[in-house]
Structures are given as C-alpha cells and as structure tokens.
Design a binder for this molecule. Structure first.
Ligand SMILES: [Zn+2]
Ligand SMILES: [Zn+2]
Ligand SMILES: [Zn+2]
Length: 151
C-alpha cells in the first residue's frame, strides 16, 4: 500500500518543496488541518502528543516555524491571548473582521487584493506569497447596544 496516496495537498507541496515528510511534520499538519483553521501552539502541542507521544515539543515548534515560512500557516494574535493562534492560509490568504467589543471573529473568503499585490511586487521589488487581512471595528450587535449613559 502506498501511504503517499492519502497525503493532503499541503503535505504534497511540502514534499515537492524538498522537505522530508517526518512524522512530526505530518502529525502537526494533520492536527492543524482538522482543527477548523484556528489553533494555538499549545493546542497543537496537546493534540500532537495525544496522537503520538514520541514527538517532542521542539519538533512541533520547528514544524510550526517551517509551515509559517512556507505560508501554509500564519501566527495571529486574536483576542487577548499572549500565545499566537495559527491560522491556515487556504490559497495563500486569510481574512478576518474582528469585533473590538465582543472579540467575535467573522471570516470572509473574498478579497480584491491581487491588483494591489501585483503593484507592490513591482514597486517594492518583492515576491508576495500570501496575506493575512484583519479589519477591526464593531459587529452589528455591539454597534446597536445601548451606549452607557453619560455622566
Ligand atoms: Zn461584537
Ligand atoms: Zn480565521
Ligand atoms: Zn485575500
């Protein structure tokens, strides 16, 4: 049986980029892909250890760093957490609208940033591999809350 048949597209990308598919890397990737897109480093560590306790903490953090470098993941600081929450970057981008009052995170898929990215690549002489876009403000519920009465 060829175990590579069941590799996720991201794992294949990793292999094509010349990285060995170690069990630490594959397990971290699996945990992140089945987490629904948002996961903190301590949650990753906990779930990886539950699946395979031979994978050490340092390997988990090295895998997270590698995936961040490859734009598979991006650390964010949603809410007040001191540790980053890693978000998956489907197609190289990820977008949030964050309510600054209730900390609700609203996801959206579409953006019109291709033109801006192309313009930045020319102007700044860079090669862009992805973006994380965060708008912040008030959600409709919070906006419509009665304001605290004035002094
Ligand atoms: Zn809100
Ligand atoms: Zn998100
Ligand atoms: Zn985008």
């Amino acid at each position: 049986m060829d175990r590579h048949l069941s590799l996720s597209p991201r794992a294949q990308r990793l292999r094509e980029a010349g990285y060995k598919l170690t069990s630490a890397r594959l397990t971290v990737l699996h945990v992140i892909e089945t987490s629904g897109g948002h996961v903190t480093s301590s949650e990753v560590l906990e779930r990886v250890t539950a699946l395979d306790d031979s994978i050490g903490r340092a390997s988990v953090f090295r895998a997270l760093d590698l995936f961040t470098r490859l734009s598979i993941l991006r650390p964010t600081y949603i809410g007040t957490s001191a540790t980053p929450t890693y978000v998956l970057m489907p197609d190289g981008h990820h977008h949030h609208m964050i309510c600054i009052s209730c900390n609700r995170v609203i996801e959206f898929e579409d953006c019109e940033l291709d033109e801006l990215a192309a313009e930045l690549e020319t102007r700044l002489k860079v090669h862009i591999t992805g973006h994380l876009l965060e708008f912040y403000g008030l959600c409709d519920d919070c906006y419509n809350q009665p304001r605290p009465s004035k002094l």
